[in-house]
Ligand binder design. Structure first.
Ligand SMILES: Cc1cc2nc3c(=O)[nH]c(=O)nc-3n(C[C@H](O)[C@H](O)[C@H](O)COP(=O)(O)OP(=O)(O)OC[C@H]3O[C@@H](n4cnc5c(N)ncnc54)[C@H](O)[C@@H]3O)c2cc1C
Length: 389
């Protein structure tokens, strides 16, 4: 497991960026989220706006053209976006994990080559790990890269890849030595730009999380320069990916906080408007209990995200903290979306209401960036490792 370089918290910078993001979300995302989500339409104008704001370089260091935000500030950015439309935060998340893999593990030449283009959003993409036959057990990937002169030739299929259609570059986890034992020693990570032999084949249809493209990627004798092997040495890919996923899990957790809060806020408002038996439903104790639990879950989730982001910013290993935040915040989003639906009664089941969308979006958070079952395994193994007897 690699650790990140410490990043100092900058309150002034955080206030500026959060102000700008809140204005952007109110002006550019809120009015169109429902329509684009139901049409499953990729939000081209929102992506252009995020490019202009520099959000594709959120966590890329300033020397490479990014905003150089801390993970703590980045998590707040994500929360504010996800509170209105979760899919939009997904467009920057997997892109930034790819960038984090290069920033933390790449050679200086790779950083200089890729990071400014990632930061400007000129080259956008994501992380390609999952395959048709494996997701949780990533060491079982079957995509293979074989050395051929100053290139590698990649063959295999990746699936469920976020930004797969509209993205142009992906950090792709492969086997460079399929026979290696333990298996992770034979794994490497390449930055691959689409071209002959590397195509996205089909857009996958989903329950929720619409608007963002999830796709299958096919590598058919794709030639990638050896210079794109992250870190320049074979056998490090699994480690690089695990480090990147710490940030990914903080992001997913922050999305969970955003969704959990949206469910709460809309329920608090609705419960004051809707009347039964002569009074607003917020006067009924059964509704009050739900609101109290929803608020407590959202707040506890936010604190866990803050704790994980602080550990990440301090350059500490934080798979346990990120795992706890991801586990708790995603379940909080699922529970709050169900409660919001109940509080809204029949209207909660209507496609005209946001809560219907939150209810379809939230379950993804329990699956993406490692399922919640896997998070529990990570937390438990860290508990033992950190407290030997
Ligand atoms: C909308 C969406 C977007 C995605 N985006 C990306 C992306 O950008 N890039 C990418 O690489 N992947 C992406 N994924 C894939 C996602 O990361 C995987 O779905 C996830 O890691 C789980 O893998 P799996 O679906 O193969 O489930 P499996 O690994 O087949 O697991 C099936 C079930 O078994 C459980 N399980 C597995 N092993 C164990 C164990 N040892 N102990 C206990 N329980 C276990 C799992 O928790 C799960 O409940 C995306 C998925 C979705 C739905």
């Amino acid at each position: 497991m690699t650790t990140s370089e410490p990043v100092a918290f900058d309150a002034e910078k955080e206030n500026l960026i959060l102000d700008a993001v809140e204005r952007f979300v109110d002006r550019e995302i809120k009015p169109v989220a429902q329509r684009l989500e139901h049409a499953d339409e990729w939000p081209a104008d929102i992506v252009a706006g995020m490019r202009d704001m520099g959000l594709f370089g959120c966590m890329i260091r300033e020397e490479y053209g990014g905003l150089g935000l801390s993970a703590s500030t980045y998590a707040k950015v994500v929360e504010r976006i996800a509170r209105v439309w979760m899919s939009v935060s997904g467009i920057i998340n997997s892109h930034l994990i790819m960038a984090a893999c290069v920033q933390r593990n790449g050679t200086e030449a790779q950083r200089q080559h890729f990071l400014p283009r990632f930061a400007s959003g000129e080259l956008r993409g994501g992380l390609a790990l999952t395959e048709p036959d494996c997701g949780t057990d990533l060491q079982a990937v079957r995509t293979v890269a074989r050395r051929d002169g100053d290139h590698y030739v990649i063959n295999g299929t990746k699936t469920w890849i976020s930004n797969g259609i509209h993205g142009q570059a992906f950090a792709v986890l492969v086997k460079t030595d399929p026979e290696a034992q333990p298996r992770h020693r034979g794994m490497s990570l390449f930055i691959c730009e689409k071209g002959a032999g590397f195509t996205s084949t089909k857009k996958l249809e989903k329950l929720g999380y619409k608007g963002i493209d999830s796709a299958e990627l096919v590598f058919d004798n794709f030639r990638v320069p050896a210079a794109n092997l992250v870190g320049g040495a074979e056998g490090q890919g699994f480690k690089h990916v695990m480090g990147g996923l710490e940030l990914g899990r903080i992001n997913v957790a922050a999305r969970g906080v955003g969704v959990a809060r949206a469910c709460l806020e809309e329920s608090v408002a609705y419960a004051q408007l809707r009347r039964t038996f002569g009074e607003p439903i917020c006067e009924h104790q059964a509704i009050q209990l739900k609101l109290a639990d929803m608020a407590t879950r959202a707040e506890a989730a936010r604190l866990l995200v803050e704790q994980a982001a602080k550990a990440y910013d301090a350059g500490q290993r934080c798979d346990m903290e990120a795992g706890m935040a991801k586990l708790f915040a995603s379940e909080a989003a699922v529970e709050n979306s169900m409660e919001a639906l109940r509080i809204h009664g029949a209207y909660g089941y209507s496609k005209e209401m946001n809560v219907e969308r939150y209810y379809r979006d939230a379950p993804l958070l329990c699956i993406g960036e490692g399922t919640n079952e896997l998070q529990r395994l990570i937390i438990a193994s860290q508990l033992v490792e950190r407290s030997p007897i």
